[in-house]
Ligand binder design. Structure first.
Ligand code: CP
Length: 306
């Protein structure tokens, strides 16, 4: 019987030691890019997108190119995933590729894909998790301070897929995470990962944004509206409700006055909403380093899973 491939659905199913090793690999890949040229020669990554993307698409494709391999971009709507079942289409993809990276709307569809795959499946962001983003976040913090262990990270925004993956990776890496999440759909909260971080004494939850940024090393925000709903007329009313609720939690110079925290955002940004343009472009912003780090974080994931 063939062994099941290792997938990356979320960090919660990886060992802490594996995650620490992966982060060390990502740092090495970034410092010594030339060393890894050719490691993916003859290998193909298939990228399946059911939702829009800039960074995930570009960084995975550029990553495969730089490693000497090839990436195929498969738009869900232009593929026969629209006509058939996920498992059989994925089983076929596994015959022509070394990995599959998928950005699917539904976590259960992603699990279906992993069940049908005979090659590793990498979650490129589903409704519950965004593990690739949070490895890049930790790489950014590691570059800034040497080690994420003991870093005080405050996230202000909606409790979303990025938060679930921040919670699970923080437990592995010893990050002290403070969440300020006025918008919180309990059906989307990974309680198991949350309970673990709470049990480790590494999770604080509050709605006092001013106190939460005062001693933070990093302050992180994200869109208040998931990308798939952003231009959806059916979500327009909820969008207005969220804007009114969240505007007092905007990352701006006034909120961060007196705090020495660096500013993070996973992009795409909605300037004037979750963050002001002057803050995003300020000296304390490490947003573009964070976005750049998607490339090396993902190269490390591919190298680990190959
Ligand atoms: N942060 C992120 O995943 O960016 P994209 O949606 O542009 O891929």
């Amino acid at each position: 019987m063939t062994e099941a491939p290792k997938h990356l659905i979320d960090w919660k199913s990886w060992e802490d030691g594996e995650i620490r090793e992966l982060l060390a690999l990502a740092r090495r890949v970034k410092r010594r890019r030339w060393e890894f040229q050719g490691h993916m020669q003859g290998r193909t990554l298939v990228m399946v997108f059911q939702k829009t993307s800039t960074r995930t698409r570009v960084s995975f494709e550029a990553g495969m190119t730089e490693l000497g391999g090839h990436a195929i971009n498969l738009d869900w709507r232009a593929s026969n995933f629209t006509l058939s079942d996920i498992r059989s289409e994925t089983r076929y993809l596994s015959r022509n590729s070394a990995f599959i990276m998928a950005r699917l709307k539904s976590h259960s569809d992603l699990l279906d894909m992993a069940a049908g795959a005979t090659v590793p499946v990498i979650n490129g962001c589903c409704n519950l998790y965004h593990p690739c983003q949070t490895l890049a976040d930790m790489l950014t913090i590691a570059e800034d301070r040497g080690d994420p262990d003991g870093a005080r990270l405050t996230y202000i925004g909606a409790y979303n897929n990025v938060v679930n993956s921040l919670v699970s990776i923080s437990a592995a890496l010893g990050v002290e995470l403070t969440l300020v999440c006025p918008v919180r759909d309990e059906t989307l909260v990974d309680e198991e990962s949350r309970a673990r971080l709470l049990g480790l004494g590494l999770l604080t939850e509050t709605l006092d944004a001013k106190a939460a940024v005062a001693d933070a090393d990093y302050v992180y925000t994200d869109t208040w509206i998931d990308m798939e709903y952003f231009n959806d007329p059916a979500f327009a009313e909820e969008k207005e409700r969220r804007y009114a609720l969240m505007l007092p939690y905007q990352l701006n110079a006034e909120l961060l006055a007196g705090s020495g925290a660096r500013v993070m955002h996973d992009m795409p940004m909605h300037l004037g909403y979750e963050i002001t343009e002057d803050l995003a472009e300020s000296e304390r912003s490490i947003i573009y380093d964070q976005a750049e780090n998607r490339l090396d974080a993902q190269k490390a994931i591919l190298l680990k899973l190959v």
